[in-house]
Design a protein around this ligand. Structure first.
Ligand SMILES: Cc1ncc(COP(=O)(O)O)c(C=O)c1O
Length: 362
């Protein structure tokens, strides 16, 4: 039974046009024919749950989201399975994180079952948009929520709009990256919004990304706001370290780090790769010393988009204005990181048994 009332698009993309897009998807360039919507008001709670033809929003220029930044989002993927069916990877985790983000931004949390229903019913309807992979194509799903009340004045809005859109995405072979330890910026502070997936966090990160590029790096390694000492994340991904002692170490969730679904999945798979998962505080000096001594053998970042991105070097401010540079291992992607990436992809594409029950079949 559907939770979201369906009105099919009267003008869906012609099948041959859709097939051409799905055959060669470009990240974020094309979207499926429909979108899921729901509205929350103080009086009625969540209502008007529907799936309709994708169309532009009409919002008053005074809508609160434009001014005070009440906006949260999620990112997850649906994968074509060997038997032609479609499965979404761990949507319950994204549903829980979406509710957490909403609470932190004083927004109305979407019921987690409604979140999963919206995502599943949209993917089911637009299933022809899920690529049949000969590489690593998938359907990227973007749920988001905005404060849609017309409101000039700082308070929690009395009206929110929840929406889900989806876009076929092509093979994403992550290039190895070098990380810049910026001395000038932090991503999050204790008591701030670091554990929430809100647009403001990403806007605030862009200048640091530009600084990283100026130092020849592709991503920033974020350190904590208070001491500028403890490693938090890497660009818009979580970060993990493989040690010579057989550990897979990642910064513990202290409230300033996003609780990544990929991070959690990889920690679960670690023992299959002979690694003991460890979540604890990691100092940047420990990373630099460990990389220099060989105590850290591999470094990688992880997230839904690229799954695993190898980290092959670091740069940090050095003496006399020259950057200090460090290479991880021999400067090429590590074998364990590659094996973990392949393992996770095998689960997502249904090529190995889903022993953890991570696939939500639609
Ligand atoms: C800041 C940040 N950290 C980590 C992640 C990785 O999270 P996930 O594995 O759920 O995609 C993301 C991507 O969503 C992110 O934006």
């Amino acid at each position: 039974m559907s939770t979201f009332v369906l009105t099919r698009s009267a003008h869906p993309t012609p099948a041959d046009e859709r097939a051409a897009i799905v055959a060669k998807p470009v990240f974020g360039a094309n979207f499926t024919d429909h979108m899921a919507l729901a509205t929350w008001t103080t009086d009625e709670g969540w209502h008007d749950r529907e799936i309709v033809a994708r169309r532009p929003f009409e919002l008053h220029p005074g809508a609160a989201t434009f001014h005070y930044g009440q906006e949260i989002f999620e990112g997850l993927k649906a994968f074509r399975q060997p038997d032609g069916s479609v499965a979404i990877f761990r949507p319950d985790k994204n549903a829980a994180r979406f509710a957490l983000s909403a609470r932190r931004l004083a927004m109305a949390p979407v019921d987690e079952a409604d979140f999963v229903a919206a995502v599943s019913e949209l993917v089911d309807l637009d299933r022809d948009w899920v690529p049949t992979p000969d590489g690593e194509q998938s359907l990227y799903i973007r749920p988001f929520e905005i404060a849609s009340e017309t409101l000039i004045g700082v308070r929690a809005a009395n009206e929110y709009t929840f929406c889900v859109i989806a876009s076929p995405v092509g093979p994403y072979y992550p290039e190895p990256v070098t990380l810049w330890a910026t001395p000038n910026f932090t991503r999050a502070a204790t008591g701030g919004t670091g554990a929430a997936k809100c647009g403001g966090n990403y806007a605030a990160s862009l200048l640091a990304a530009r600084e990283a590029a100026e130092h020849g790096c592709q991503q920033v390694i974020w350190l904590d706001g208070a001491e500028h000492r403890w490693v938090e994340e890497c660009g818009t991904m979580n970060i993990l370290f493989v040690t010579a002692a057989g550990e897979l170490v990642t910064p513990e969730l202290t409230g300033t780090i996003l609780d990544g679904v990929t991070r959690d999945s990889i920690l679960t798979l670690a023992p299959d790769h002979g690694l003991r998962p460890v979540q604890r505080r990691v100092a940047i000096d420990e990373v630099f010393d460990g990389v220099a001594s060989g105590a850290i053998t591999e470094v990688f970042a992880c997230g839904t988009a690229a799954v695993v991105t190898p980290v092959v070097g670091f740069a940090a401010p050095g003496v006399n204005g020259a950057d200090r540079r460090l290479t991880v291992g021999d400067g090429t992607p590590g074998t364990i990181s590659q094996a973990i990436r392949a393992h996770l992809l095998d689960i997502q594409y249904g090529r190995v048994p889903d022993v953890h029950g991570w696939l939500h079949h639609v």
